[in-house]
Design a protein around this ligand. Structure first.
Ligand code: ADP
Ligand code: MG
Length: 621
């Protein structure tokens, strides 16, 4: 067959026109407003700016305009035009240059990508000779509309409007305004931490949301963003190794967090995300940290750029590191060494040691609403929350594992005249009557039905279900809120503050009384009464952290997340010994819930073994 015969026929493949191709490529770089801010601020930092001001304008639905103003080197007219072309960059000439590059950008994609899917106005003026006037360039949907002289100071201002106006699919997948704002603020926090010598200021609709000072020390930047409490809990970390220089701070192990959201790592000034580095930092803590928790850490690593491949993904958040294992070991060692120099006796705060809340929690035994919400009464097993007593209890629990409290006849809530445990007769439930036999491992309640089926109940899951129904079913917030004797002050990061501000009304509907007072500082006057004595700052912060960690979008999802978090935090923990009475009450309450079979997260609350299943297990049939 001749070659030209092979290419005959109508082709189905065609080349996309340039602007369509650019729109598609832009999808990787410009995912959401936060990516626009990240790219523009990175350009400002690359331009040697000492001050960067970010202004975001929003209507109730979405971010409508993003402005980034810097005092960097600026651009002349020719460059201002060229900057909009794909693959136009002043930062490298060939890929091999990357090996010696510290700039955040180098792909020459950001401005072209943003301009492909938005309207971008750049006003820029360079410094020095031939830079008397500024240039204004307007581009929209990939086309340059205007290039003209303009007035303006040295430096660059970029305004982005109508983001995703020509990519409706992308627009549709944007999350709610608070989620987008939180993402955006998070990106700024990371950039601010990685550039402590730059003054970063962020305003939303004219209100200042974040402002760092130009400081020689990262600690002041941390303080400006996360507050005194976080900054005060930090220990310096340094290491000087031929492969890597480590500088920064890690927290004491006393206020561990459920998510790694406050571990901000940069490599050569570039914020990066790396599970391996997270693991190395945790490794440095050894057994000081409870499992599944994370410290706070702000670390900058200086690594020979030829060993760091930043060209893994257009957003450059993920990197590949040569000699990674050695470098990870240096990080872990540096963290370990810093911690070992510190006196890590838990500080005593308000009569409780800081580490106490990571040990088993007793029932909220003095909450005035306990009877009302059905939390078992008179917890005797764990009355104190000092780590010592909790640990003793733990050991006691281990000894009694698999034992029971003997015959049900000894229960004070034993079978009543009807043969049913008191308090249960006559109530409608899909679950058969249950009589508690005992508790295993401080975690599972052992019960039997009248038909002699054996039922095991997960006490935490069960209590979670009970509280969930209670909180979700409550319409009048006043009844479910408990005023705090001493209001708790929370200092949030700008990102968390944005989230908190936005969910204030929903939190209130669930029993939180929260007021903003001062920048990113909140006063908590009341908490949902089902939380009982979890009324200290760290418990409340922990709960909010749990709420913030949910992937939520709509107000309904947020409300649901809040309800679940309250139920989860308020519920009795696994590993808490309960009296037979408490167990019996818990089971009775569970029977009356809407869905007694699963906890709000979908885990089972109970499993049962029928009499015949037991017989089969013992080969009796
Ligand atoms: P990259 O940052 O990868 O080079 P961009 O598309 O982000 O690509 O920017 C293209 C070029 O425009 C940059 O290389 C730089 O020369 C110029 N530029 C962009 N933003 C600024 C700014 N704020 N100040 C000075 N020059 C800028
Ligand atoms: Mg760039």
């Amino acid at each position: 067959m001749a070659a030209d015969e092979m290419i005959e026929g109508t082709p189905t493949i065609h080349l996309l026109d340039a602007s369509e191709a650019m729109k598609i490529a832009a999808g990787e770089v410009v995912e959401r407003p936060a990516s626009v801010v990240k790219e523009l601020v990175e350009n400002s930092l690359d331009a040697g700016a000492t001050r960067v001001r970010i202004e975001v304008t929003s209507d109730p639905q979405r971010i409508t305009r993003i402005t980034v103003i810097d005092d960097g080197i600026g651009m002349n007219r020719a460059d201002a035009r060229l900057a909009f072309l794909p693959h136009a960059t002043s930062k490298i000439r060939s890929l091999s240059d990357l090996a010696g590059t510290f700039s955040l950008g180098f792909r020459g994609e950001a401005l072209a990508s943003i301009a492909a899917v938005a309207q971008v106005t750049v006003v820029t003026r360079c410094r020095g000779e031939g830079c008397e006037t500024a240039t204004r360039v307007v581009a929209r949907g990939g086309e340059i509309l205007e290039v003209e002289d303009a007035g303006g100071p040295a430096g660059t201002t970029v305004v982005v409007e109508d983001l995703f106006f020509n990519t409706p699919a992308r627009q549709k997948f944007l999350k709610s305004l608070p989620t987008e704002l939180a993402q955006l603020t998070g990106a700024l926090e990371a950039l601010a931490i990685s550039h402590p010598s730059v003054v970063l200021q962020f305003l939303q609709n004219g209100r200042q949301r974040l402002a760092t000072q130009r400081g020689p020390d990262l600690l002041e930047t941390v303080r400006a963003i996360f507050g005194d409490e976080v900054a005060g809990d930090l220990i310096p970390v340094t290491a000087d190794h031929p492969l890597v220089r480590v500088a920064g701070y890690v927290s004491t192990p006393f206020s561990p967090r459920k998510t790694p959201s406050r571990i901000l790592v940069s490599i050569n000034g570039r914020p990066v995300f790396s599970r391996q580095i997270l693991r190395a930092i945790r490794q440095g803590y050894g057994t000081l940290l409870p499992s599944h928790t994370y410290p706070t850490a702000f670390l900058d690593l200086r690594i020979d750029p030829s060993r760091v491949d930043v060209n893994v993904h257009p957003t450059k958040r993920h990197v590949r590191i040569g000699k990674e294992l050695e470098i990870l070991m240096v990080i872990a060692d540096a963290v370990r060494e810093s911690l070992s120099r510190e006196d890590l006796t838990p500080p005593v705060r308000g009569g409780e040691t800081a580490g106490a809340r990571i040990t088993p929690e007793p029932f909220p035994s003095h909450s005035p609403v306990r009877a009302h919400v059905g939390i078992p009464e008179g917890s005797t097993a764990v009355q104190e929350s000092s780590p010592v007593s909790a640990r003793l209890t733990d050991r006691r629990l281990r000894q009694t594992e698999l034992s029971t409290w003997g015959s049900p006849g000894r229960f004070s809530v034993g079978p009543g005249p009807s043969g049913l445990p008191t308090g249960m007769a006559g109530e409608e439930s899909r679950v058969p009557d249950l009589e508690v036999i005992g508790q295993v491992g401080g975690t599972y309640i052992l019960a039997r039905t009248r038909g002699d089926d054996l039922v095991l109940i997960d006490q935490h899951a069960a209590h979670e279900r009970i509280l969930y129904d209670q909180v979700a079913g409550q319409r009048d917030a006043r009844h479910i809120s408990q005023e705090l004797l001493v209001p708790v002050i929370l200092r949030e990061s700008p990102r968390e503050a944005a989230l908190l501000r936005d969910m204030a009304r929903l939190l209130e509907e669930r029993g939180f009384l929260v007021e903003e007072f001062g920048r990113d500082t909140f006063l908590v006057r009341g908490i949902p009464s089902v939380l009982g004595r979890l009324d200290d700052a760290s418990s409340i912060q922990d709960l909010l952290g749990d709420i913030f960690s949910g992937e939520v979008d709509t107000p309904e999802e947020t409300a649901e997340q809040i309800t679940r978090s309250i139920a989860c935090k308020g519920a009795i923990k696994a590993g808490t010994a309960c009296t037979p009475e408490q167990c019996q009450r818990l089971v009775a309450q569970l029977r009356l819930t809407g869905n007694p079979y699963t906890c709000p997260h979908g885990r089972p609350t109970m499993v049962s073994f029928s009499r015949s299943a037991l017989d089969a297990l013992f080969k009796r049939i």
